[in-house]
Design a protein around this ligand. Structure first.
Ligand code: PGA
Length: 252
């Protein structure tokens, strides 16, 4: 049985003050217990990871793990501005998002870089959340599945068995931050295609890897999405900034 996982991605949002309020509200909301067999995490920007780790601890917020939004493809060295996976591990991170479409588009991150980052994250004993997804043009030209499965196949080629310790996030680019959510059936169909792609490598692995959906997940569409057979939770951007919405999605 795959657990349901909800991961909030704050992107480049937050402040020392608002982070404090967010954690306090979520801690209060989770205090009375959460549905079992689920996992939750939040990915603040790098400079706030230590603050959030401290806040999670001081509120005894055992339900919430910490994640980061990116990690370097290298172990250490002369990479100005980059952050090594081992540093994120030291700050208490359990998850690291790699290959988000905003990184692929704005920082020219190709599949090879995404794999290298995932390997660094795995080597530091954290879970990479590997993002894949098609653009609106690719979907409109009927190539969505081909594009996404090719992205998955490239990760399989490099990561092989180690994919068992990764999560995949299907994030259609046209649904990110646009309010245009993929219908539960469209998302399910792609999640199924991703799982079949993984099964070509290893059926057992394919049945165990968690595949999250991301792209305009909100409290009012989360229930339907999470009910689908191959959707194992969500990677939530905009709606995760509001602690009440995040809690509602976690409880969906
Ligand atoms: P969104 O972002 O929920 O704001 O669409 C999702 C993501 O980019 O992970």
């Amino acid at each position: 049985m795959r657990p349901l996982i909800v991961i909030g991605n704050w992107k480049m949002n937050g402040s020392l003050g608002s982070n404090q309020d967010w954690i306090k509200t979520v801690a209060r909301g989770m205090e009375s217990g959460m549905p079992s067999g689920r996992k939750y995490a939040v990915c603040p920007p790098f400079p706030y990871l230590q603050q959030c780790a401290d806040l999670v601890k001081s509120h005894s917020l055992t339900f919430l793990s910490l994640g980061a939004q990116d990690a370097s493809a290298y172990k250490s060295g002369a990479y100005t501005g980059d952050v090594a996976a081992s540093m994120l591990k030291e700050l208490g991170c359990s998850y690291v998002i790699v290959g988000h479409s905003e990184r692929r588009q704005m920082h020219q991150e190709v599949d090879e870089i995404v794999s290298a980052k995932a390997l660094q994250v795995l080597d530091s004993d954290m879970t990479p959340v590997i993002c894949v997804g098609e653009t609106a043009d690719e979907r409109n030209s009927g190539r969505a599945e081909e594009i996404v499965c090719a992205q998955v196949a490239k990760q399989v080629n490099v990561l092989q068995d180690r994919l068992a310790d990764c999560l995949i996030a299907y994030e259609p680019v046209w649904a990110i931050g646009t309010g245009k959510v993929a219908s539960a059936q469209v998302a399910q169909d792609m999640h199924r295609a991703i799982r079949l792609q993984l099964a070509e490598f290893d059926e057992d692995l394919a049945s165990h890897v968690g595949i999250l959906y991301g792209g305009s997940v909100k409290p009012d569409n989360a229930v339907e999405l999470f009910a689908m057979l191959d959707i194992d939770g969500g990677l939530v951007g905009g709606a995760s900034l509001n602690p009440q919405d995040f809690l509602a999605i976690c409880q969906a």
